[in-house]
Design a protein around this ligand. Sequence first.
Ligand code: NAP
Length: 321
Amino acid sequence: MTKATHARLLILGSGPAGYTAAVYAARAMLEPLVIAGLQPGGQMTITTDVENYPGFPTTIQGPWLMDQMKAQAENVGTKFADDVILEVDLKVRPFRLTGDSGTTYTCDALVIATGAQARWLGLSSEESFKGHGVSACATCDGFFYRGKDVAVVGGGNTAVEEALFLTNFANAVTLIHRRDQLRAEKMLQQRLFAHPKIKVVWNATVDEVIGKTDPKSVSSLRLRDTRTGALNDLTTDGLFVAIGHVPATELFKGQLEMDADGYIITRPDSAATAVPGVFAAGDVRDKVFRQAVTAAGMGCMAALEAEKYLAHQETLKAAAE
Ligand code: NAP
């Protein structure tokens, strides 16, 4: 038999945006239900050391921080469902979502906090060194490469910004790009080319990440020349993969307004989408900042706006009765 669950506010996603929305919504007595998704805790659960989340004077661990956020949301009354949503219908009221478990969820307001995933190269060696020399976030992990040599792969704005940012810590930065031209804005390119710590390896892809197992660390990259196929090794202490992000918005295609990269569009200074009662927070709508703390801030905005929306709906309903 199909199960059915109704929530006044349903929150999709369990990263900093989802949990913060839950804390605010629960404290506003909205009895929110969080559906955790495929990766409970979100991208922070694949980060190790965190030193830039305010309130913690010493290094903390990403998964630990997410456990704390979840416990906080739970303590103020949030309910959780370990489910993965397969279908969403935003044309009906209440909104209707279908879970992998077979449960049908309905809700009066929805906060989408499904996040984004860094696009990875897809190498097994890359997977093996994630969090141990391979990262997709220079802002998060650059600090750990003081005085070391690092490489960045990618040719867009993110790759160039990350390479420039990494010069604050690293001894030398190598940007590896698969073509002979960058996609990044010209001004960023000028800064990159002018920087004495940065060199660019053109027409190359990363074939393998090579490192040690005890302690787990990266020592070099096997590069393949895209024109000749020739292989050669580049010595490095770390690899930053900056080949784009993919927002988790597949479920909402055709139902919500999105930009060309698939990020949900919200109103300026707001988490409201074009569909009344549907709000978006965190990396699913932000390709610029992508920080846990900015995602948390947007989660707060989404919950406050959802509260206002639900109160208004109830006033309208009472007036009609
Ligand atoms: P992007 O513009 O899509 O660039 C991705 C880069 O990665 C491209 O150079 C691409 O190479 C390369 N790439 C993709 N798959 C690869 C693979 N498998 N192996 C090797 N290289 C691969 O992504 P982004 O830089 O993250 O930027 C995303 C969006 O955010 C863009 O619209 C960007 O303008 C925006 N953004 C803006 C700012 C800013 O305004 N300050 C900062 C960051 C990002 P090709 O060039 O050969 O395709």
